[in-house]
Design a protein around this ligand. Structure first.
Ligand SMILES: Cc1cc2nc3c(=O)[nH]c(=O)nc-3n(C[C@H](O)[C@H](O)[C@H](O)COP(=O)(O)OP(=O)(O)OC[C@H]3O[C@@H](n4cnc5c(N)ncnc54)[C@H](O)[C@@H]3O)c2cc1C
Length: 212
């Protein structure tokens, strides 16, 4: 199916960008994306893990997943990633906003069926989620690999929108005795919680200390 996505920002187009490096950065900082698609005229938006291989987004899932089988069959999709960087608190509700970086990628995904490429892509996904982890894990079994579908989506048709900085209040509100500014927000890792069934002598590796 041909993808006919309209990527033209109508509201606040000055917040838009088509910069590929910026798109890479938004993907690399994210552990999740939302995948939108339409089946029988009903839209669905599914949260998923992701990875990046050059100019492609990597998605993986169960071979029996409705999402994966339909995308592998060429159903057009839209992958969205959002980083919420702050609450922008203006003196009025109307001028209050959010600081963010968001990316929308449109297209049709391709099934990776070459075994070596599939392994490489799945390894990249693991490293995307927890850099350094791959070296610690046992290799996936054939059964596990056969149960997993890997898809790639090209970063060809995409749009970026971002906002940063303080509130943009109306002049007439500037002297109001109301606190205005930005509350920064970020997703941060907490203290690691060891699995209750882990042998007592296993210690936290350096790459996970760095992550948390
Ligand atoms: C965290 C967050 C909160 C937001 N809250 C609101 C809200 O409460 N109300 C509101 O109206 N808007 C909100 N927005 C903005 C919203 O995402 C849209 O940009 C806007 O509503 C639609 O603008 P439009 O009519 O110009 O674009 P549309 O005509 O809807 O879209 C045209 C094309 O522009 C591109 N585009 C539009 N929005 C984005 C985006 N955010 N990122 C990347 N590409 C985009 C897409 O390619 C899209 O197909 C929020 C954005 C973020 C990231």
């Amino acid at each position: 199916m041909t993808v006919k996505a309209d990527t033209r920002l109508r509201r606040l187009p000055e917040r838009g960008s088509k910069d590929l490096q910026l798109a890479h950065g938004i993907i690399d900082e994210s552990r999740i994306c939302h995948v939108g698609f339409t089946l029988d005229r009903q839209p669905y938006v599914v949260p998923m893990a992701l990875g990046r291989d050059g100019d492609h987004i990597l998605l993986h899932g169960s071979v029996v997943s409705r999402l994966m089988t339909n995308l592998a069959d060429g159903l057009p999709c839209c992958v969205t990633i959002t980083h919420l960087d702050g609450l922008v608190l203006a003196r009025s509700a109307f001028n209050s906003s959010m600081n963010y970086r968001s990316l929308m990628v449109f297209g049709t995904a391709t099934l990776v069926d070459d075994e070596a490429e599939k392994l490489r892509g799945l390894d990249m996904l693991v490293e995307h989620l927890a850099p350094g982890r791959l070296a610690d894990l046992r290799p996936s079994t054939r059964k596990e690999l056969n149960a997993t579908t890997l898809l790639t989506l090209p970063l060809e048709i995409f749009s970026i929108k971002s906002r940063s900085g303080p509130p943009g209040d109306a002049k007439r509100d500037l002297n109001a005795p109301i606190w205005a500014g930005v509350i920064p927000l970020a997703l941060t890792a907490g203290n690691p919680v060891p699995a209750p069934d882990m042998p007592a002598d296993v210690t936290l590796p350096g790459y996970l200390k760095r992550l948390s």
